[in-house]
Design a protein around this ligand. Structure first.
Ligand code: CMP
Length: 136
């Protein structure tokens, strides 16, 4: 299987609840390698670009407020099929539909507070890694 890189955000609600170690542990236990890791607070302008494909949704203002509410941990994970593996580990977008055993299924109650963002395609991963780590 093709080695891929994917981009993750451990969201403000997960950082505030002290779940950074638990979430990273799950990715590492799966066998994924952590290639980049940083803590930062996302600026509203960057958040609006990152979630630009949701700009017409009624929940957009709430989503921007939630992702900029406090520090996040951003990272790049690598491994065979990393994009699909990470999305399987985090579970369905809606915490109500996320299976127990997934990160969202175990720790989240409702959107937009679903604990982790992860890239959904190789193109998105490339763009998101460049957006958040491009200046390194
Ligand atoms: P994420 O994977 O970061 O990508 C888009 C985000 O929008 C998603 O996780 C949720 O945080 C948020 N989201 C998706 N659907 C809804 C919704 N119906 N109401 C509020 N937030 C949502």
């Amino acid at each position: 299987m093709e080695t891929q890189q994917t981009f993750i955000i451990i969201k403000p609600e997960a950082v505030a609840r002290g779940l950074v170690g638990e979430i990273l542990r799950r990715f590492e236990a799966k066998g994924l390698k952590i290639r980049r890791l940083a803590m930062k607070t996302i600026e509203p302008d960057v958040a609006r670009v990152h979630y630009g494909h949701h700009a017409d949704k009624p929940f957009f203002p709430e989503l921007i407020e939630a992702i900029t509410a406090g520090p996040v941990v951003i990272g790049v994970l690598e491994g065979p099929g990393a994009i699909a593996h990470v999305r399987n580990l985090i579970g369905a977008t809606d915490p109500l539909k996320a299976a127990p055993g997934t990160i969202r299924g175990d720790f989240a109650l409702q959107n937009p507070y679903n604990m982790v963002h992860a890239s959904d395609s190789p193109e998105t991963a490339r763009d998101e890694i460049a957006r958040f780590f491009g200046d390194e």
